[in-house]
Design a protein around this ligand. Structure first.
Ligand code: KG4
Ligand code: ZN
Length: 340
């Protein structure tokens, strides 16, 4: 007998992207993301504006995802949504909407941890993408998080290292602010870094024990360096922007790779997956590819579409939980500080 197809609707609204995706078993049929341009004017995400934009976007985004997938609402097997971590107001929009839909359609509701989803995005079936074997190490690098996670199984994960202050994406965005770049600055610093000299300037690396990270000192180091140089040459930033970006990127990638090396040494695991917005970065992608030859690691780099926040990754976790019949009660609460 042929197995019945399972269709999961995933909904993501933890920060400033409203996203909905439809998954058929492990394959994505649609993944619609509405990002919120409004925050660029303020140089960072404004929580109140994010919740309002989610309210406006959620129905059209879900509608589009279903239409693009070419299925009917009646075919949905379950509704999965991001429970946390994230901004409370943003999470509440997706949570309430998912509950109403699941109740209305009389299908199971499945709550998803956003950080687990960044990791499990690797199990979305894609041509040419290999899935990591258990156990593997996952480094989640985004605007809100920097963690190294030992992934023993789909839902057996241990955080073995994390940032004690800023996330790596924040280090990019705050450096960008100092340089007068728009928000978020990560992609632009990355683009310019590829045109500059990575060894033009040296920034201090934080001294943090073990597998934890710290990025706030780097930001201060860059600020003082720029202030000093601009005093000598008011056009210093414009004259050397690509070299500054390349040097910042070189420092950040060096910090990430040093911790990964230590994690491999401590755990004996050399299958390394990355996830989160900063995994779109060309520097970390190249460093991990080089590490395959250099250290014998196997690296797993997500398709570009699944790096920044998206609902496809929520839907795949929904599917995995669906197989376990791991459903949520309708009184489940959005949880801003949800742990892995
Ligand atoms: O995962 P994400 O979309 O949202 C959070 O959960 O935070 O990550 C957004 C972060 C921002 O800090 C952005 O600057 C950074 O990812 N980012 C990058 C690149 N693309 C996005 N950072 C460095 N290089 C990139 N290419
Ligand atoms: Zn994220």
């Amino acid at each position: 007998m042929e197995k019945e197809n399972i269709y999961i609707l995933g909904i993501e609204s933890s920060c400033d992207d409203t996203s909905a995706a439809i998954l058929c078993n492990t394959k994505i049929l649609s993944n619609v993301v509405a990002d919120q341009k409004i925050h660029a004017e303020y140089g960072g995400v404004v929580p109140e504006l994010a919740s309002r934009a989610h309210q406006q976007n959620i129905v059209p985004v879900v509608h589009q995802a279903i239409e693009k997938a070419g299925i009917t609402k009646a075919q949905l097997s379950a509704v999965a949504f991001t429970r946390g971590p994230g901004l409370m107001g943003s999470l509440l929009v997706g949570t309430s909407f998912a509950k109403s839909l699941a109740y209305g359609f009389d299908v199971p509701l499945i709550d998803v941890n956003h950080m687990q989803a960044h990791i499990l995005a690797h199990f979305i079936e894609e041509d040419g993408h290999k899935t990591p074997p258990f156990p593997f190490l996952a480094m989640t690098i985004s605007g809100g998080h920097t963690q190294i996670v030992k992934v023993n199984n789909f839902f057996d994960m241990e955080v073995i290292g994390e940032t004690i202050d800023d996330a790596v994406g924040e280090a990019y965005d705050k450096s960008g602010k100092i340089l007068g770049l728009g928000y978020p600055a990560g992609p632009e610093i990355d683009r310019r870094a590829q045109l500059g000299n990575p060894k033009a300037y040296q920034f201090t690396k934080p001294k943090v024990e073990g597998l934890n990270f710290s990025f706030s000192g780097l930001k201060t180091n860059i600020l003082y360096f720029i202030q000093r140089e601009v005093k000598l040459n008011p056009n210093f930033i414009e004259d050397h922007l690509n070299d500054i970006c390349a040097s910042i990127q070189y420092t950040i990638i060096g910090i990430l790779m040093a911790k990964l090396k230590l994690a491999v040494k401590q755990t004996g695991i050399n299958h390394i997956a990355i996830g989160g917005g900063v995994s779109a970065n060309s520097g970390i992608r190249t460093a991990l590819q080089n590490a395959e030859q250099k250290f014998g690691w196997t690296s797993y780099i997500p398709k570009f579409e699944y790096t920044t926040d998206n609902a496809a990754m929520i839907a795949i976790v929904g599917y995995l939980k669906y197989l376990n019949r791991d459903f949520s009660d309708f009184d489940v609460m959005a949880t801003a500080r949800l742990k892995i």
